[in-house]
Design a protein around this ligand. Structure first.
Ligand code: PMV
Length: 333
């Protein structure tokens, strides 16, 4: 028997991947940029095992057996086995657990597929780029294979060979950067990101403007801001990109709506705070769900959390959020 266990964390995009040019190969219509969280708090933990006694491939997610025939999973497994550098032909058993809500707009699939691919790559001794393998499971997963700030280059080849993720800088480049996740709702999202993207690309007029006229420049600006540790530029473009992703979603027909009233309250709160302190100290971004992710520098965390504590319902300890607890768990703790 051979066993490998790995941890991988979620990544939070500051330039959103939204829209595919190839649904099967999972090739995006734009470059995207994210930061991968460290694995201390929110992570997927995956163990893969092979044994001569296993009769079939099987997978358990959070303790419950799932369908191994899931096309994306099959895609990943087939590609990994094709690239295997050893002759392991045994069936594989996969156990994966997330210590945070699954499919609630917290990029759980990104951490899950990144973790799965890293573990299987170890098992099958694959040494070259594995981000494209993770991409075939869930697009944004390719960015979780690496730490720090990561760019997923959309690439131009039709077979996807150059649609890979690359690290811009390691986490140690900007050690003062902090991420707070405000879990507004931890239930499964109603419209999956795949359906949301498809509908947006097929029906939104604004989407073409985003892809052609906004993103090429914004990607360069934010990449430079990360390299120069220019928080203000980084924060402004992070905010604008989140808002634009949700604007094109709203422009889809029928509209794709991920944020709720609490999300909008958080947006107003962050802008009000930045205005009050006369500086852009906090950036927000929202994925395909109502939960807010905030980027801010360590030196500003105590003051911001203090103000947040004051305005949001008393008794909610934000320390708990940073440990990855859900809203319900925080309330009950
Ligand atoms: O990788 P997917 O299919 O779960 O899509 C992720 C899409 C966003 O999280 C909304 C944006 C991103 O770049 O992570």
């Amino acid at each position: 028997m051979c066993t490998v266990t790995c941890l991988a964390s979620i990544n939070i995009a500051v330039i959103k991947y939204w829209g595919k040019r190839d649904e099967v190969l999972i090739l995006p219509v734009n470059d995207s940029i994210s930061a991968t969280l460290d694995t201390d708090h929110l992570h997927a933990k995956t163990t893969v095992m092979t044994s001569s006694t296993f009769k079939e491939d099987r997978i358990w997610l959070n303790g419950k057996e799932e369908d191994i025939k899931n096309p994306r999973l099959q895609n990943c497994l087939t590609q990994i086995r094709k690239r295997a550098r050893n002759s392991n032909q045994w069936k594989v058993h996969i156990c994966s657990e997330n210590n945070f809500p699954t499919a609630a707009g917290l990029a759980s699939s990104a951490a899950g597929y990144a973790c799965l691919v890293v573990a299987l790559a170890k098992l099958y001794q694959i040494e070259d780029d594995i981000t494209s393998l993770a991409r075939s499971g869930s697009g944004s997963a390719c960015r979780s294979v690496m730490g720090g700030f990561v760019k997923w280059c959309m690439g131009s080849e039709s077979n996807g060979a150059d649609s890979i993720a690359k690290q811009i800088v390691p986490a140690s480049h900007w050690p003062e950067m902090r991420i707070l996740i405000l879990v507004v709702n931890d239930t499964k999202k109603k419209i999956s990101s795949s359906i949301g993207m498809k509908r947006t690309i097929e029906t939104s007029d604004l989407m073409q403007h985003r892809i052609k006229h906004v993103l090429p420049n914004r990607v360069k600006i934010i990449e430079q801001a990360i390299i120069e540790k220019d928080f203000k530029t980084f924060a402004e473009h992070t905010i604008k990109d989140s808002n634009q992703m949700h604007a094109v979603c709203l422009d889809a027909y029928p509209p794709v709506i991920y944020m709720n009233d609490v999300s909008h309250t958080i947006i107003n709160f962050v802008h009000a705070y930045n205005e009050a302190v006369n500086e852009v100290k906090v950036a927000y971004t929202f994925d395909a769900g109502p939960n807010a992710t905030l980027y801010l520098l360590e030196e500003n965390v105590p003051e911001f959390v203090g103000v947040l504590d004051h305005f949001f319902p008393p008794g909610i300890n934000l320390e708990q959020y940073r440990k990855g607890l859900t809203f319900k768990e925080v309330i009950n703790s």
